[in-house]
Ligand binder design. Structure first.
Ligand code: SF4
Ligand code: SF4
Ligand SMILES: [Zn+2]
Length: 275
C-alpha cells in the first residue's frame, strides 16, 4: 500500500499529520522514538556556590533540569559520542549556565530568564519559568551544565510535551435516524450538531472514538456508527520548543530507519553464520 502523509495543522509548536497506509506497529514505533530517542538539551549537573533560599540544592537542581532549552542539534555532540571522552565534557558536548541573584530590596522570584548561558543558541525556551522565590537578603549562586540526552534516560530530555496517534474517525448516520438529538447531547467533544432535520458532523478531528453517541442512540439497530479507519491515523506532536516539531519528526524517522537497518544487518549476519 502506498503511504500518504498530509499536514492537517502546523504551527511553531504543533504538528498534526494524517498518515495513511502504515501499520499500528510502525506508527507506534515512531511515537516511542519521538519520546525516547530524539535528543535535546537539558541541565544535568549543577555546582551550587551559595544558596540561602528556602529550597534545598537538590530541589533547585531538579527544577533547573526541567526547564526546556532551545537545542542546537547540529552544533553539539551527545556526550557518549563526543571525541573529548571526558566525564566533564567540552564545549562541543556541554553548555554552561550561570545564575547569580540576590533579593536586595524585598522578596524576588528568580526566573529562567536570570540564567546566563555561554551559548547564544542554547537558552531557556521561555524567560518566565520560576525557579525559586528569595526572601529579602537571600542569595543564590550556581553554575549549571546542560548536555544533550535522550528521553529514555530521563523525561527532561523529551523534546515533546505530547506525542500521540489515533485512528482516523469515520462517523455514519443512517436513514433510520429520528433526529432525537441524544447523540449530540452525549458527545463530550461536541463533534456532532443538530440542524433543522438532521444530525451533522461539525468537527470530525475532535472525535475520540469513545462510542458514547452510539450507546445513547435509542434506535435498534443504532442509527449512528463510529469506527476507526483501518491504517489511517492522526499523528500529533506538541514540542516543548526545544526543537521544531518538523525536526523532531525528521530525527525520529532517521532513527527508526537506522534501527531497522541494524536489525536487518544482524539478521543477515545470523543467517550467514547458520549457512
Ligand atoms: S465517538 Fe465519542 S467523541 Fe466521537 S462523536 Fe461519538 S461521542 Fe463524540
Ligand atoms: S441518537 Fe440516534 S436517532 Fe437520535 S439523533 Fe442521534 S443518531 Fe439519530
Ligand atoms: Zn565533549
Amino acid at each position: 500500500m502506498q503511504v500518504e502523509i498530509k499536514v492537517l495543522k502546523k504551527d511553531e509548536d504543533n504538528l498534526r499529520l494524517l498518515i495513511r497506509g502504515v501499520t499500528v506497529p510502525y506508527v507506534n514505533a515512531l511515537r516511542r522514538i519521538v519520546l525516547s530517542e530524539v535528543p535535546c538539551m537539558a541541565i544535568d549537573e549543577i555546582v551550587m556556590v551559595e544558596n540561602s533560599s528556602i529550597l534545598q540544592d537538590e530541589i533547585i537542581a531538579h527544577r533547573l533540569g526541567l526547564i526546556p532549552l532551545k537545542t542546537d542539534l547540529d552544533g553539539y555532540n551527545l556526550p557518549e559520542e563526543c571525541p573529548c571522552k571526558s566525564e566533564f565534557g567540552c564545549n562541543l558536548c556541554r553548555v554552561t549556565f550561570a545564575l547569580d541573584a540576590e533579593a536586595k530590596e524585598g522578596s524576588r522570584t528568580i526566573y529562567s530568564g536570570d540564567l546566563k548561558s555561554e551559548s547564544e543558541s542554547v537558552v531557556p525556551v521561555s524567560d518566565k519559568i520560576p525557579i525559586v522565590k528569595l526572601a529579602k537578603e537571600q542569595k543564590i549562586r550556581l553554575e549549571a551544565y546542560a548536555r544533550l540526552g535522550k528521553g529514555r534516560n530521563h523525561a527532561k530530555w523529551q523534546p515533546v510535551s505530547m506525542c500521540t496517534y489515533k485512528y482516523f474517525p469515520n462517523i455514519e448516520i443512517s436513514k433510520k435516524c429520528s433526529v432525537c438529538g441524544k447523540c449530540v447531547e452525549m458527545c463530550p467533544r461536541k463533534v456532532l450538531v443538530k440542524t433543522d432535520n438532521k444530525i451533522e458532523v461539525r468537527d470530525l478531528m475532535a472525535c475520540t472514538l469513545c462510542q458514547d453517541c452510539a450507546e445513547a442512540c435509542p434506535e435498534n439497530p443504532r442509527a449512528i456508527t463510529v469506527s476507526g479507519e483501518e491504517d489511517v491515523y492522526i499523528f500529533n506532536i506538541e514540542s516543548t520548543q526545544a526543537l521544531s516539531p518538523e525536526r523532531i519528526l525528521t530525527e525520529a524517522v532517521k532513527t527508526l530507519d537506522k534501527q531497522l537497518k541494524e536489525i536487518e544487518s544482524q539478521i543477515k549476519v545470523k543467517k550467514s553464520e547458520e549457512d
